[in-house]
Design a protein around this ligand. Structure first.
Ligand code: ADP
Ligand code: MG
Length: 617
């Protein structure tokens, strides 16, 4: 009957699996570059202080209640069984079950509370980060590596709940278990406690060391396996084989594969052995310590006249220490990774919003806007740019007229157009609509006044109808179809199997480039902005598509102030005015006829491009 309540699985899985970890270097680097004040983390949990206090109380309570078990065991062995005291036996056994049931229930309540608090905090952070990032300028997203934003939002914040709550609760429960268990051990027998406390720390450290070694070997094996997979991928894919054959690299590739494969043999063996060694150490430790205690208890010099019950209770109790001690040794690693998660998320929350709402917006009725756009001595330099992308641009686009921007790639056309939609603010100078600086307009008003049709159209993964309605949430079905008709895309949509209810986007129906652009135009028509910024598609469309797109664009620009990044000579020819950009400066302005007659830069571009003024974006 040796000790039913402890040493449950010597060496078996469980808590040992995560022991011996070392902090992730990237987590350390993160914390070094952006340290997290503990007070800020505490502030997140402040609204839940009562729940947190309750969790701590529950942890302490269940550790204390559990400590009754060894004393009950001693009672059973020393009193109830020798005296055949049936009532006492029944009472103690019932109490044992009661203790187990109580700690189990406390554990459930504790998990429920801590997970709820963790999830609430996470929800708060997730929504805060989402809306904060949404307010970032486009520049932020072009600067940030693709997927990183998404990863932080889903992975970092998602991981936070489990890491943070498990770190905090395991810290609390390990600490209380260790303190409580040591106290109970001393109460049972101070001599044996002394012995245990001499033996346990080296045992714990040894186990940890073996676990670390195993981790190292496993990591190396993992790397080697990945290398092997990469070589298979490289060597046995169509393009890989082609490369190998054409370069005559086949034999070298085979040799390299053989070396990696050979390395793996040794690593696999070491990895298996390391696992076995870890189990072996754990078994020896778990068997050895009780054996030592029995020895000490049996020797007259150390026994101190202890009862059998005390011995059994004590042996069980000391087994409780092992895992919490291992856990406490690893707590630094868990704290580091939790803090690194907070650090990453706080870094995002602390990003300044470059394009922000004005404190005191100028009231402007979007319906009454005339739509005169002015660039006044506008310069713009990208944060990572060496020279200005725009340099002292002065332009006036009278209300209701069209301006075509032409110029070579990199001359600043897209940058200039992006300033009108306030995707960025000028570094110097100002952009105005009806004389009002864009920075003084509320972002909502600006979005109603300025519409953009970009080259790349993003369709949401929903129905065509909802994609269009996204532009104006209140639009009725009839209005949506009318807009699609005017944008020359109604027939295309109507011919789809589910018509306007066809799913589109990344996982739905794929529209061609020309169709997508017409959908974007339909969206713009629904919004009905006074000022329109168009980025003409550069990819050559077939003549029929081009005609449809052109008709849609004409329809969209009628009666509006239109600024077009033009690639087609036909567009440019019909523009009320043309501005030729070169290295961020406006070098010529005028109508097509005027500029051709002047025989300057525009004339050169036209002569070089013939059908398209500037060949690239
Ligand atoms: P265009 O549309 O006429 O081809 P752009 O406005 O795209 O010209 O670019 C103008 C200049 O600004 C170029 O020198 C380009 O390299 C630079 N630039 C454009 N976008 C960025 C960016 N996101 N970050 C840094 N530099 C940029
Ligand atoms: Mg461009």
């Amino acid at each position: 009957m040796v000790v039913v309540y402890s040493m449950a699985e010597p060496g078996g899985g469980g808590g040992g699996g995560r022991s011996g970890r070392t902090a992730d270097p990237s987590d350390r680097a993160q914390l070094a570059s952006a340290p997290v004040p503990l007070r800020r983390v505490a502030a997140l949990f402040a609204p839940y202080r009562w729940q947190v206090a309750t969790v701590v109380a529950l942890i302490v309570a269940s550790s204390v209640v559990a400590l009754a078990t060894p004393f009950l065991v001693r009672l059973v062995i020393d009193e109830a069984i020798p005296r055949q005291d049936v009532p006492l036996l029944g009472w103690t056994v019932a109490a044992m079950v009661g203790v187990a049931a109580t700690t189990a229930v406390l554990g459930v309540v504790q998990t429920w509370l801590s997970t709820t608090v963790g999830q609430r905090v996470m929800h708060g952070l997730r929504t805060a980060v989402f809306s904060h990032l949404q307010r970032q300028s486009l520049g932020f997203f072009t600067r940030t590596r693709g997927g990183e934003v998404q990863s932080r939002l889903t992975h970092d914040i998602g991981g936070m709940q489990s890491v943070v709550t498990s770190t905090a609760t395991s810290l609390a429960s390990n600490a209380t278990t260790v303190v409580g268990t040591v106290a109970a051990m001393v109460a049972l027998s101070w001599r044996l406690s002394l012995l245990s406390l001499l033996v346990l720390p080296p045992a714990v450290l040894l186990t940890r060391k073996v676990a670390r070694m195993r981790r190292a070997v496993t990591a190396e094996r993992q790397r080697s396996l990945a290398e092997l997979h990469a070589q298979v991928e490289e060597g046995l894919s169509i393009s890989g084989v082609l490369l190998g054959k054409t370069l005559g690299a086949g034999p070298a590739q085979s040799r390299r594969f053989a070396t990696t494969s050979e390395d793996l043999v040794g690593l696999e063996v070491r990895s298996q052995l390391a696992g076995r060694w870890r189990m072996a150490t754990m078994s020896i430790v778990f068997a050895g310590i009780p054996a030592l205690i029995y020895l000490a208890a049996g020797l007259p010099a150390t026994s101190g006249g202890m009862t059998i019950g005390t011995l059994v209770a004590f042996t069980g109790l000391q087994g409780w220490l092992f895992r919490p001690l291992m856990g406490l040794l690893d707590v630094g690693v868990s704290v580091t990774s939790s803090m690194a998660l907070f650090s990453r998320v706080f870094e995002y929350l602390d990003l300044p919003v470059e394009i922000d709402e004005p404190a005191d917006p100028v009231p402007l009725d979007p319906a009454a806007v005339r739509g005169e756009v002015r660039f006044e001595n506008v310069s713009f330099t990208y944060t990572d740019g060496h020279r200005p992308a725009l340099d002292g641009v002065d332009l006036v686009v009278p209300a209701g007229t069209s301006l075509a921007l032409v110029g070579e790639t990199g001359s600043g056309k897209s940058t200039l157009a992006s300033l009108v939609a306030r995707l960025a603010d000028p570094t110097r100078g100002r952009v105005t609509i009806d004389g009002v600086d864009l920075r003084d307009l509320s972002l909502g008003t600006l979005a109603q006044v300025v519409g953009v049709v970009a080259q790349e159209t993003y369709l949401l993964h929903t129905t065509v109808r909802e994609n269009l309605r996204h532009a104006r949430p209140g639009a009725g079905d009839a209005e949506i179809e009318e807009a699609a008709r005017r944008a020359q895309v109604h027939d295309v949509i109507a011919a789809l199997p589910d018509g306007y209810d066809t799913l589109v986007g990344a996982r739905g129906h794929r529209f061609s480039g020309g169709e997508k652009q017409r959908i974007a135009i339909a969206r713009t028509l629904l919004r009905d902005p006074r000022v329109l910024v168009l980025d003409e598609a550069t990819s050559a469309l077939d003549t029929r598509t081009e005609r449809a797109v052109q008709a849609a664009l004409d329809e969209a620009s009628r009666g509006r102030t239109t600024i077009t990044i033009a690639h087609r000579l036909s567009t440019v020819r019909e523009a009320d005015r043309i501005a030729v950009l070169s290295a961020g400066r406006v070098v010529e302005t005028g109508t097509h006829e005027e500029l051709v007659a002047a025989g300057g830069r525009y004339e050169e571009l036209v002569a070089a491009g013939e059908r398209e003024v500037a060949l690239a974006a």
